[in-house]
Design a protein around this ligand. Structure first.
Ligand code: SAM
Length: 299
């Protein structure tokens, strides 16, 4: 059986479900320990027999596809998810990082580049360069803080999460990406551990924002497999952002920019909230699908 045959067999097994080919490719590449592009370039390669890839791997591939068919997120099955060009360890202790969230990272990198005249991806340490301080609230797998830290050597992040088990996953990723000296992880209910008057260049948050009443149409498999503590935030879904803004105000936490993600159905409520705390200093941006997704507050 060749790589091509296995993809076809997997596709038929998944009965042409959404993303069936992509899921087969991602799973097979992971099982064989190769890049996805390898599958296309070597589609006639045999699995089993004298091949470097044993028959067992084809069995494992089909076992994983059974889980895919039952609705389990591919990222949890493979224990990995790509985010902003990096590989993150994930399991059901954290939300699977979503592509929409990459826009938050991009916005922050753009801001720092433009304001401070620095270039992302510069891995040289410039000792006299401005040190950037980022606060990441609700860090989950650590995907946002780590993506930022890997782009600027002079960036330090304080990453907070309510859940110890999420922080355990973030710790794995911090170590895997070698940023343990620049990404500090703390258990904290929102900004509880942040001192009065602390200053950050950017505060970023992708807090739970699904409303139990107003926005309850969560996909069945999301609710079934992903942690509820990463999804829901009160009746209208904005409870945690309200509390976060209150804490920033009460503790007089300094920032140049706050960036956060919210649900496209919440624009009206989010506008009222932003107006209450930040008057005219905010804007809302859409994601690549054209849906309202991100707020940006300027300090
Ligand atoms: C939507 S997930 C986002 C995870 C990650 N930042 C991302 O973008 O993929 C929200 C995270 O916020 C955490 N969280 C929920 N309530 C919190 C609170 N009161 N204080 C701090 N973190 C909280 C959850 O445990 C979860 O890891």
């Amino acid at each position: 059986m060749t790589i091509r045959d296995l993809i076809k067999q997997g596709y038929e097994f998944l009965e042409g479900a959404e993303n069936a080919v992509l899921n087969c490719e991602v799973v097979l590449a992971n099982v064989l320990g190769v890049e996805k592009e390898y599958l296309i370039a070597h589609s006639d390669q045999e699995i089993g027999g004298d091949s470097e890839f044993s028959e067992d791997l084809a069995d494992l591939y089909m076992a994983y596809l059974k889980k895919v068919k039952s609705g389990e997120p591919v990222a949890y099955i493979l224990k990995e998810k790509e985010f902003y060009g990096l590989n993150f360890y994930v399991d059901n202790r954290v939300l699977v990082p979503r592509p929409e969230t990459e826009q938050l990272v991009e916005t922050i990198l753009n801001y720092l580049e433009e304001k401070y005249g620095v270039k992302r991806g510069n891995r040289e340490f410039e000792s006299d360069a401005e040190k950037f301080r980022i606060l990441d609230v609700g860090t989950g797998s650590g995907n946002i803080a780590i993506s930022l830290a890997t782009n600027f050597q002079n960036l330090e992040a304080v990453a907070l999460d309510l859940k110890d088990e999420a922080l355990e996953v973030a710790r794995v990723n911090v170590n895997q990406h070698g940023v343990e000296d620049r990404v500090e992880l703390y258990q904290s209910d929102l900004l509880d551990v942040i001192d009065e008057g602390e200053k950050f260049h950017v505060i970023v948050a992708n807090l739970p924002y699904i409303g139990t009443k107003t926005n309850a149409d969560v996909e069945e498999n999301v609710e079934k497999y992903e942690p509820g503590s990463a999804l829901f935030a009160g009746e209208d879904g904005l409870d945690l952002y309200l509390k976060m803004f209150q804490q920033i105000e009460e503790k007089n936490v300094g920032y140049e920019m706050i960036v956060g993600e919210f649900g496209s159905m919440q624009r009206k409520d989010m506008e009222i909230l932003l107006d209450n705390f930040f008057e005219q200093r905010w804007r809302i941006e859409k994601d690549l699908a054209g849906l309202d997704r991100m707020f940006v507050v300027m300090g």
